[in-house]
Design a protein. Sequence first.
Length: 87
Amino acid sequence: MSGRRVTLNIDRLVLRGVDPLNQRALVDGLKAELSRVLADPATQLNIQQSRNTPVLRLGQMPVEPGLAGARKFGGGLARAIVKGGRP
């Protein structure tokens, strides 16, 4: 399974209620965690088949204040995306 390529396209990310100053930190946390989770061989086994999910609604997820909270939220968002929408 090593060397497999995973492509994830996020056409639009709506960040309602996120302070504009924290949006970059959230996106950075999202990217970093997606890279980490998708590089895991166990995750790769679980996502062998292509899935097209036009809209992924996650419901409410808690957001802690500040840059660290935004990065943490981005990481949780990445894990929920890989699970298919279950935070």
